[in-house]
Design a protein around this ligand. Structure first.
Ligand code: AMP
Length: 129
């Protein structure tokens, strides 16, 4: 879609910190993370939300997420993973995406703000190491 920011990122028109991509999905760092290592998994094709995304594409997103979970724990020292998927009200970007939010012992998350986090580039380098 022409006016979709995630489609522009996928086409390379807007930069992103991409940590994985294949022919179907792209995984990038959220620009406004809720915890260190907050990622977004998105389909390369434009689907608005959970109701319209193709079953096979959704399956690839979930399988990637399952593989990423121990990788995040290992590389970032997180001890859990919270998945968030907004649809309709509460969804700012109308291109399906799954939030992968690493969780750390003793740290609560506030979905309305981000506090005391590392620089995104520092986390990106850990993930790409
Ligand atoms: P949602 O409310 O589920 O639609 O969340 C959209 C998410 O996209 C938010 O967490 C934003 O921080 C994130 N976001 C918006 N623009 C960008 C961007 N250019 N690169 C990375 N993440 C972005």
């Amino acid at each position: 879609m022409n006016d979709c920011i995630f489609c522009k990122i996928i086409k390379g028109e807007i930069p992103s910190n991409t940590i994985y991509e294949d022919e179907t999905i792209k995984v990038m760092m959220d620009i406004n993370p809720k915890t260190n290592g907050h990622l977004l998994v998105l389909p390369k094709e434009h689907y608005e939300n959970l109701l319209t995304i193709d079953d096979n594409v959704l399956s690839k997103i979930i399988v990637y997420t399952r593989e990423a979970y121990p990788m995040l724990n290992e590389k970032l020292g997180s001890q859990g993973l919270t998945l968030v998927n907004n649809n309709g009200e509460g969804q700012d970007v109308k291109h399906f995406h799954l939030h992968l939010i690493p969780r750390y012992v003793g740290e609560k998350i506030d979905m309305e703000s981000s506090n005391n986090l590392s620089e995104i580039d520092e986390i990106y380098n850990k993930l790409m190491d």
